[in-house]
Design a binder for this molecule. Structure first.
Ligand SMILES: [Zn+2]
Length: 472
């Protein structure tokens, strides 16, 4: 069958409007697709050709695609053929490129925008639009901004600035974008994910390096070390193959970027197979502290009177005194507490027993090292408690011996010394302990927390498996 050009037009115009629209739409989308492919090929060329300009670094170009999709929605369908050609034409003559610009010392937003290629009016428009949400004077040298520019593909000149993007803090973006010649600013906030990390590992030489190798942020590591610094001498107590365990909170962005590292919920150290566990807990008064698994508060300060009898009187204070046996003035390097023979003597703080022996005028003597700064010594005891020998780790309040009158002594009493950085100091003037042990309902609640922790993390710690969990 023959038909001429007239027949074709007759055919075309006899189509129902609905069908006609379908054909136009099909043409339109095909054209957009072709334009899209062209733009991809084109982009690479543009990017490569200006790659070695000095103060910009280029990042992935992706904006033509998004912008075209947006344009597609705003096009009036009655004009879509024309719009399609405009768009193809635009794609061929103009490219959108996103640049990362670093603010230099002495730069202002306006000077930076001008350097990128904005004219004075555009730079001012962007400045005032941005200012409604963010004071551009808060920008600092070294800060990175993103500028998306339309570039003429022939001349490679900048035609216009599509948008400026500032990320003042991770997860927050302030975008000033060109909307039909008017710059409008909006703020985008990404939602943080609250994450809980549970990580364990072996100490290989240096604790903080070993923890850092596992990806734990330095701020969390230094808090971890602070928690133990009252009971562990990190230089001497840590040995190869000792272990650490930690559960801590952090806030991350959906892409995994760390926004903020938060509280340590659990901290554990296994030193020569002896484990010290500390759990974070808020009591019914809202007071937050760290407690051992039995609800004992992390005691940061040494006990002033490490005796079961808290009413024991001071029979001889610290300092210069007339010695009752030697009959002369002498400095008394400790405090004497008079108490009945057999009264339990406590460890003044958490630490490692260093000396257990009969020590001349001290009689039965114990020395405990608490940390790199403090040690305590105890004299004249009648006997030592079971299991107390050098190298054993003790906790504050643990019975280490019993009051007696061994050595140079006139009656049963405890001679107690506090040694700070190698010098004996007055035990009465060291600060009183702040932490209070848990009891009653607080203790019950705390025991539930401990049980939940052991259930949630105990197995993975035992297997050396690290976990990352989204909170709630
Ligand atoms: Zn004494």
């Amino acid at each position: 069958m023959n038909y001429n050009i007239k027949d074709y037009f007759d055919f075309k115009f006899r189509l129902k409007p609905k069908h006609k629209q379908k054909i136009i739409n099909t043409c339109y989308f095909s054209a957009v697709f072709v334009a899209f492919v062209l733009s991809l090929a084109h982009n690479n060329r543009v990017e490569a050709s200006i790659d070695n300009q000095d103060y910009f670094s280029y990042i992935i170009v992706e904006d033509n695609i998004n912008q075209n999709v947006e344009n597609e929605e705003t096009i009036d369908t009655s004009n879509n053929i024309k719009a399609m050609f405009d768009m193809v034409d635009n794609l061929l003559t103009s490219k959108n490129i996103e640049k990362e610009v670093t603010l230099e010392s002495g730069d202002t937003l306006i000077s930076m925008l001008k350097r990128v290629g904005a004219d004075r009016e555009t730079a001012n428009d962007i400045f005032y639009s941005l200012k409604e949400h963010y004071d551009p004077r808060n920008l600092k040298a070294g800060q990175k901004l993103k500028v998306n520019v339309a570039i003429d593909t022939k001349s490679e000149n900048i035609k216009s600035i599509n948008y400026l993007m500032i990320e003042p803090v991770p997860g927050e973006r302030i975008i000033t974008a060109n909307n039909n010649g008017i710059y409008e600013t909006h703020v985008e906030k990404q939602e943080f994910i609250d994450e809980i990390s549970s990580i364990s590992g072996t100490v290989d030489g240096n604790l903080s390096a070993s923890m850092n190798k596992k990806g734990i942020p330095m701020r969390v590591i230094s808090n971890f070390i602070n928690l133990f610094s009252y009971s562990v001498d990190f230089k001497r107590d840590l040995q190869k193959d000792d272990k650490f365990e930690i559960v801590y909170e952090s806030q991350i962005l959906p892409d995994g970027t760390l926004v903020k590292s938060g509280n340590i919920l659990y901290a554990g150290l296994i030193l020569r197979k002896q484990k010290i566990s500390l759990y974070r807990f808020m009591d019914s008064n809202g007071k937050v502290d760290y407690y051992t698994e039995n609800g004992r508060a992390l005691k940061k300060i040494l006990d002033r009177k490490p005796l079961a009898n808290k009413n024991a009187r001071i029979s001889s204070p610290f300092g210069k005194r007339f010695h009752p046996i030697l009959k002369k003035y002498k400095i008394h390097w400790g405090v004497d507490y008079a108490a009945a023979t057999g009264t339990p003597v406590y460890a003044g703080g958490d630490g490692v027993v260093q000396v257990v022996k009969y020590n001349g005028s001290y009689g039965n003597y114990i020395k405990i090292r608490h940390n790199s700064e403090f040690s305590t010594a105890y004299g004249h005891m009648s006997r030592f408690a079971n299991g107390i020998r050098p190298g054993v780790r003790v906790t504050q309040g643990q019975i280490i011996a019993y009051v007696g009158s061994t050595g140079r002594s006139t009656g049963p009493h405890l001679h107690y010394e506090v040694i700070q950085n190698g010098r004996r100091v007055n035990p009465r003037t060291i600060k009183a302990s702040t932490g209070e042990n848990l009891s009653g309902n607080n203790l019950k609640k705390f025991q539930k927390v401990v049980a939940k922790f052991d259930k949630d993390f105990g197995k993975s710690f035992a297997k050396g498996k690290d976990l990352k969990l989204a909170k709630r």
